[in-house]
Structures are given as C-alpha cells and as structure tokens.
Design a protein around this ligand. Structure first.
Ligand SMILES: [Zn+2]
Length: 235
C-alpha cells in the first residue's frame, strides 16, 4: 500500500473550489506553563470526543496556558472521555469544529493541513466502500446556503511514527520534560508503526495526516479536490 500526506494546495488561489470556513474547537486541554521553556502544547485534535455531559466543561473552553497542577486537574476530567490507547497532552483540542462556512466545497478540504474535512457524499463513499480508520464528525459550520452538503471532519489519530533516523530530537526540558522535534523536510514513516489496514491516520509528535492510496482513489471518484497528496514511504 502506498501512503500520502495531505497538504494544502501550493497556490491557494489556483484551486477549483471557493469554500472556506472559520472555526474553533469546543474544548481544550490548556497549554502548560513552564518556568524554563515558557508555554507549550501539542496540536493534536480529537473531534469525536464529546464533553457535553461533563459538568465542569465550561472550564475547558480555553487553551490559555496554565500551571502544571491545573493542567493535570483538567486533564483528569477529560481522560475518561478519550480512548485509553490515545495520548492526551497539554494543548490538545477536543470536540467538533464550531464556526461558519461560505462558498462551495470539494469532496475533500485540507486547510489548514492539520484538519481534513470531507463532504457528506465523500463520507458516505468512504464508509460504503469499507475504508478503515474513517472517523467522521460533523463540523458545526453555519452557512447561508441551504443546498450545500454538510461537512465532516475526519479524526486523525496519531498512530504512526516517523522513522527515528529522520528526526532531530532536542533534549527534553529539565524542568517539565517537554521534548519535541521540528518536522523534518525529508521524512518517512517507521514501517512497523504503520497501522495495518487503516486508510487514514495521524503521525505521533506531528500535525501530519496520512491517507492510503485507496483513500485517494476513492475520493477522486467524486471529482477533483483542492488537495496536494505528497507520497510518504515507510522503512
Ligand atoms: Zn519546560
């Protein structure tokens, strides 16, 4: 199976589709303050996590940095709602996108590159063809057009890893243990970490979303999207 990273079109004005949206997410784990490395947080999102039944969820509406104790307190509130096998870190965002949309959308929309939305017919086709790892969450986007199809965000769980040989990892912060890496321009996946059979997944420690060749072939049956598919290999 070949795999591709989703990227925004190189020239946004060259696209075929006029659709754009402005949205924020409903809930957040706050970013974390550290006396040494200032404030930090991951950018992973879990749109399928629904905190509407959580009594204290008002306190989770902001990603504004907090002291480690407060981050830990709020994270403990959220943890039971997140599948146990998935990481949860400061800065993570939860729940559906909420906002406004205008214009016409293609089958797949990737803007920014860490969010992927599909039109309702694309969602139905992906699920109907039996693709795996497709977790659609309806984006709550108000629009003035009543005939426009609904948009669904696809949750990209960070299941795969970049190959260690392509990562230049900085030593972790001695105060808080935070240790990240910047996205290497030349990168490939660690083969044994690629989840077998899945057609969409995220990459640990990055904001990248990877889809299978089968995903690309399936959505292309609905016509062109303003998406650039950059092949990523696995070793
Ligand atoms: Zn730190």
């Amino acid at each position: 199976m070949r795999y591709f990273e989703l990227e925004e079109p190189e020239d946004p004005d060259s696209g075929q589709w006029s659709g754009e949206y402005r949205a924020k997410r409903r809930w957040y784990v706050p970013s974390q303050l550290c006396p040494r490395c200032e404030a930090w947080g991951g950018m992973q999102a879990y749109p399928s996590v629904d905190l509407s039944s959580l009594p204290d969820n008002e306190a989770l509406a902001s990603v504004w940095p907090q002291a480690p104790e407060e981050v830990a307190r709020r994270m403990a509130l959220v943890r039971p709602f997140v599948p146990p096998e998935l990481p949860l870190e400061p800065g993570y965002s939860l729940g559906p996108l909420v906002g406004t949309a205008r214009g016409h959308f293609g089958p797949v929309t990737v803007w920014p590159s860490w969010q992927v939305l599909v039109r309702e017919d694309a969602r139905d086709l992906l699920l109907g063809e039996g693709l795996q790892g497709i977790i659609p969450v309806r984006a709550e986007l108000r629009t003035r057009r009543t005939k426009e199809q609904a948009l669904y965000e696809l949750e990209a769980r960070p299941l795969a890893k970049l190959h260690p040989d392509c990562i230049d990892r900085a030593p972790p912060c001695p105060a808080c243990g935070n240790g990240g890496f910047s996205l290497p321009p030349k990168r490939w996946l660690l083969r044994e970490s690629v989840p077998p059979g899945l057609d969409l997944f995220g990459v640990e420690g990055t904001t990248r979303i990877v889809v299978s060749e089968r995903f690309v072939d399936t959505v292309n049956r609905l016509g062109p999207s303003d998406v650039f598919y950059r092949e990523i290999t696995a070793e």
